[in-house]
Design a binder for this molecule. Sequence first.
Ligand SMILES: Nc1nc2c(ncn2[C@@H]2O[C@H](COP(=O)(O)OP(=O)(O)OP(=O)(O)O)[C@@H](O)[C@H]2O)c(=O)[nH]1
Ligand SMILES: [Mg+2]
Length: 412
Amino acid sequence: MIDVTSLTAASDVVIGLVVVVPVALVAGGVAIATRVRRRGPSSAEPDTTAVAERKPPVGAPASTAPVSTAPPSTAPVSAPAPAAPPVTKTAPEVIEPIAAEPEPASYRGRLGKARGLLSGYVGAIRARGKIDGTTWDDLEEALIRADVGVGATDALLDDLRARVKSGEIGGPDALVDALKADLVAMLTTDSSGLADIASSRPPPVDGEPERTVDVWLFVGVNGVGKTTTVGKLATRLTASGTRVLLAAGDTFRAAAGEQLSLWAERSGADIVRGSEGGDPSSVVFDAVQRAASKGYPLVLADTAGRLHNKINLIEELKKIRRVSDRAPGHVAEVLLVIDATTGQNGLAQAKVFLDAVDVSGVVLTKLDGTAKGGIVVAIQRELGLPVKLVGLGEGAQDLVDFDPQAFVDALF
Ligand SMILES: Nc1nc2c(ncn2[C@@H]2O[C@H](COP(=O)(O)OP(=O)(O)OP(=O)(O)O)[C@@H](O)[C@H]2O)c(=O)[nH]1
Ligand SMILES: [Mg+2]
């Protein structure tokens, strides 16, 4: 903290003002960045779950996703029984961001640790001026230490060796360029983007309500960043005009619902919560019903990373998936969240989710905090899953689409 009273000389006072005034202005700007307006509760919605309805940011365009205007459907006969005793309904609150958000995180800016590891090896390879045995040793060590994995490292080195032997690659600079191009090719998949909202909804079935709500489920072991990712994504989608509803499907810990509520407030998204220890499938079911009745095209469902045991957790997730996929809901994405700092261990832990819930892609979090950026390669190769989103920090803007070229450029 700057102590202004200690600045005695005139020049010190000038310096002090130069430093303090911008800091105060920035702080003031942050303080007025959001405005909270309260509205009275509506008597027209007899929900039993705690609900806080929020508007998208002022000026946001209306969602373009086709949304049913049909009246809210009644729960189908097979709907799960409401799990928990009714929770009081809170007064709806409107949070309207009125200032521009900070810039999204950049790969180059956030992958300093991973680049720090690789740059030492790459610098040494280039400095040697020729390709020899040490070059291959350095390359192998760099890739293994970056967590690319043994299988992918072998595949990359085999390809590069063959091209050096054939004369296609002449020197160390060309070798590094070829490695970068190979990595980009390995990481580029047809299905790296998130599902377009509403584009893949199945056609209506006679006697069933129309499917008007996509559900994206977030699964993964505890602490990997599921709740944070849901919050960041809600921020992004809401800001771009998509009306989203958050489902607090982690009822195992009371704090999990609180955490998601905070994100809902910050992002301006609506949220449905249950009570602690309640049935998470019921929460997601209620969220889908509410989304259908309110015209939200998308539910982002958080889930627990820990239950009493692993079988319990997996069975619970299967049930959430089944319930979410009933009309008017449609599970469009099941995103497995993996913490990059846990490297190959995280990969092994993640495998248990694959068969159980039919995962469609990976969110790789905490890439900013690790030198193990190569885990992206191992995930796509060993799990056969596209990395769709990447977490580059804890802030609301720190979730970006996975971009193989930008990622590899930032690594080198
Ligand atoms: N540096 C960094 N931290 C992150 C990132 N994503 C999440 N975190 C932090 O990781 C911690 C755990 O995140 P949560 O979102 O609570 O993880 P979770 O998977 O929901 O955990 P459980 O609810 O216990 O299963 C929090 O402190 C987050 O701020 C990221 O991309 N970078
Ligand atoms: Mg959580």
